[in-house]
Design a protein around this ligand. Structure first.
Ligand code: ZN
Length: 116
């Protein structure tokens, strides 16, 4: 079963809490079962790495940590504001067959909040 959230990969989001509060970034990955996501440049954590041929001394690598999905708000690609969304089912005629698909709709501007 697919778990659906208000956000998904490649969405532009606003961070609502934590040390990166009020920053924005693009979702690199959603981890549905953990209800967490990785956002570019947000919640950077330092990781100690073992010595390897590339880094014989080992070292500290900074990378994105995960952040709770509930702390992220979608930024509408149409009006560029942080917003809530509702879902709308649309029908489209594709080769004579009506195909139904669901889109997220921005509550601020009423446009569909999908990137096309
Ligand atoms: Zn909007």
């Amino acid at each position: 079963m697919q778990i659906r959230f208000h956000i998904k990969k490649n969405d532009h989001v606003l961070v609502l809490s934590g040390k990166d509060r009020d920053k924005t970034g693009v979702i690199l990955e959603v981890l549905p079962h953990k209800r967490r996501a990785i956002v570019e440049g947000i919640h950077m954590i330092k990781r100690h790495t073992r010595p390897s041929p590339q880094a014989p001394q080992g070292g500290i690598v900074e990378r994105e940590g995960t952040i709770n999905i509930a702390n992220l708000k979608l930024i509408c690609p149409k009006c560029d504001k942080p917003t809530r969304t509702r879902r709308r089912t649309l029908e489209k005629d594709i080769g004579g067959r009506m195909k139904r698909y669901r889109v997220r709709v921005c509550k601020k501007c009423g446009e569909d909040a999908e990137r096309n």
